[in-house]
Write a protein that binds this ligand. Structure first.
Ligand SMILES: Cc1cc2nc3c(=O)[nH]c(=O)nc-3n(C[C@H](O)[C@H](O)[C@H](O)COP(=O)(O)O)c2cc1C
Length: 226
């Protein structure tokens, strides 16, 4: 398939998390090209500490089954890389995007059944045809690897757009790293850092209409000497 890429600024402005997909599979050749683009990312000392496991078909189905079953049985999640505790403005932004998401999905605040079902969908890689596990050498310090893996992961999400594909970084999908190890054959020497869902967006899926907000540049940037 031809790579038909928009401008970089267009891709950066239009990228959004995709949480509903068409069932169509993604050709391996395209995934290889996307990974090839993503690993052009910079890394400290050019150490390139990233590795990816790409799952589709039965292995992905098996992982989804195991993860959902663990969650349904109330097994506590134990991700290799846990999300940080938030406070203040960070909590406000999380609440804002969560509210937007659940409004689009028509899920009421206290509809715990629907919320649980949505959590299952996140564990199921949002039913994407392909799930990507981003990992690194567990003996490298996180302070060294998280930054580099983050850069590469964003590049992956942008590169996917050149092929009409959508993505969502899905930390819920790495809640049970031992299930990922069981299915992929990755062992304890790898730190499972992130998961990314990828596939052709179903633009009719309500959550894909979400437009998350950003703070204005002048809230973020400190200017001196201009
Ligand atoms: C490290 C990381 C983990 C994320 N984990 C999840 C997740 O578990 N579930 C989810 O729905 N979205 C997840 N997201 C997507 C964010 O919610 C999303 O990027 C943010 O709300 C901004 O929206 P946008 O990507 O559409 O611009 C994650 C994003 C990042 C960077």
């Amino acid at each position: 398939m031809e790579m038909t890429c928009m401008s970089l600024s267009e891709a950066m402005l239009n990228r959004k998390s995709i949480r509903g997909y068409k069932p169509d599979g993604v050709p391996q050749d395209i995934l290889r090209q996307i990974i090839g683009l993503a690993i052009q990312s910079p890394s400290a000392s050019n150490a390139q500490p990233w590795e990816v496991a790409v799952l589709t078909g039965e292995p992905l189905e098996e992982l989804k089954r195991i993860s959902v079953d663990l969650w349904d049985r109330g097994v506590p999640s134990n991700p290799d890389v846990a999300p940080p505790d938030l406070f203040g403005d960070y909590v406000r932004r999380r609440k804002e995007v969560g509210k937007q998401l659940f409004q689009l999905l028509g899920i009421e605040r206290n509809d715990y059944g629907a919320r649980k079902e949505w959590n299952r969908k996140a564990l199921r890689f949002f039913d994407a045809p392909v799930g990507v596990i981003i990992c690194t050498d567990a003996s490298l310090e996180r302070s060294r690897t998280d930054f580099d893996l983050g850069i590469m992961t964003d590049a992956f999400c942008l590169a996917a757009m050149c092929f009409g594909l959508g993505t969502c970084i899905d930390q819920q999908a790495i809640s049970y790293p031992d299930a990922i190890r069981q299915v992929t054959g990755l062992d304890e020497s790898k730190r499972i850092t992130a998961a990314v869902t990828i596939g052709y967006p179903d633009w009719d899926f309500p959550a894909n209409k979400l437009e998350s907000s950003r703070e204005p540049v002048d809230t973020v940037a400190l200017w001196r000497g201009f």
